[in-house]
Design a protein around this ligand. Structure first.
Ligand code: ACO
Length: 310
């Protein structure tokens, strides 16, 4: 069995927030664009439901994969900011898609969650335990953002994305993943139970993000006996354009094979890779099939990288 992505979807909240919005907290379009590449992001309203976005993204991905939701047995939603403390988002997504019997759970690995979930889905397919797995990333980081803190508020956005993984006998590559964490660095990026606001050491996170995503990607390529030249599109977690470009430079991916949409959506945490995949498809950057490289990094710290076909 060879797992590959056969359907992609994304859904963003309607409300677009330009950089000028943050002038009120002492920031500016010039500072944000220069340091991050972000130009705008979407915010989910206070009473907005992440499940709505996840279901819309999932329906698009299922349609593209030619799969009936009723046939799905496994649904994983990577999220740090679900609509309820319990139950998780995945059970609601399952019920609304019409798959009430599916094994459905949320996976929390901060911004690396989607890559962790891809690895899990791949293992289910390769072991023959699932024929198709729906993997969503859905996030409303604005729920845990200190709106008055310019050092984090300007970086984050809300949204959801989804992919369907199925067995694809003629997949262009056998999937491989490398996942890791280091809880010694919890203090670099966290939101505690009482305050529920993200606190971050930006410069330290920057250094770790480049280092860890580059290292994980190198390991995956080596294990797969691939080089960067074999990767058709590299989609890293869209935290900051400078981070993504620095990873590309470290591992030797030329700019034309490095995807960036952080300008449009900012950092959407575990939703960032599937949203980027949907945008890459819309922009004509994903051909009919190819080898995809993914890498992500988040609070924990957690990180991971993978190669798989689409
Ligand atoms: N607008 C204007 N000025 C600002 C802002 C802002 N939004 N934020 C910080 N500044 C100021 C600081 O106060 C500081 O001022 P000072 O020199 O007078 O003290 C100055 O800008 C420089 O601050 P630094 O933090 O050193 O700026 P840096 O170049 O490191 O850029 C940034 C900050 C963009 C946050 C960068 O460190 C970064 O991208 N880090 C990684 C962040 C990240 O990706 N986090 C998420 C990863 S995990 C996840 O996705 C949840």
């Amino acid at each position: 069995m060879t797992a590959a992505i056969t359907g992609i979807g994304a859904a963003l909240p309607e409300h677009t927030v330009p950089n000028s919005y943050f002038e009120a907290i002492g920031s500016s379009d010039e500072w944000i664009v220069k340091r991050t590449g972000i130009r705008e992001r979407r915010f989910l309203p206070e009473d907005g439901r992440l499940a709505d976005l996840a279901v819309t993204a999932a329906r698009t991905a299922l349609r593209q994969a030619g799969r009936d939701a009723a046939d799905l047995r496994h649904i994983v939603v990577a999220t740090t900011t679900p609509d309820r403390t319990t139950p998780g988002l995945a059970v609601e997504v399952a019920a609304r898609l019409g798959t009430p019997q599916a094994a459905a759970f949320d996976l929390h690995a901060a911004c690396a969650g989607f890559v962790y979930a891809l690895d899990h889905a791949t293992a289910l397919i390769e072991s023959g335990r699932a024929e198709a797995v729906l993997v969503c990333g859905a996030e409303a980081l604005t729920r845990i953002t200190d709106a008055a803190d310019r050092s984090t508020a300007v970086l984050l956005g809300d949204g959801a994305g989804a992919v369907v993984l199925t067995d694809l006998p003629d997949a262009p590559v056998a999937p491989a993943f490398h996942l890791a964490s280091d809880g010694e660095h919890i203090g670099l990026l966290f939101a505690d139970r009482h305050e529920r606001k993200l606190r971050m050491d930006g410069p330290e996170i920057f250094v770790h993000a480049v280092d860890k995503m580059s290292d994980a990607t190198r390991r995956v390529l080596e294990r797969s006996e691939l080089t960067c030249d074999d990767v058709d599109l590299f989609v890293a977690h869209q935290a900051n354009a400078r981070i993504v470009k620095a990873v590309g430079k470290e591992i030797g991916v030329p700019p034309e094979r490095l995807f960036l949409n952080v300008d449009r959506v900012a950092n959407t945490s575990s939703a960032s890779i599937p949203i980027a995949l949907a945008h890459a498809q819309e922009d004509g950057r994903l051909g009919p099939s190819g080898v995809l490289g993914v890498a992500a990094f988040g609070a924990g710290i957690t990180w991971g990288a993978g190669v798989l076909g689409w």
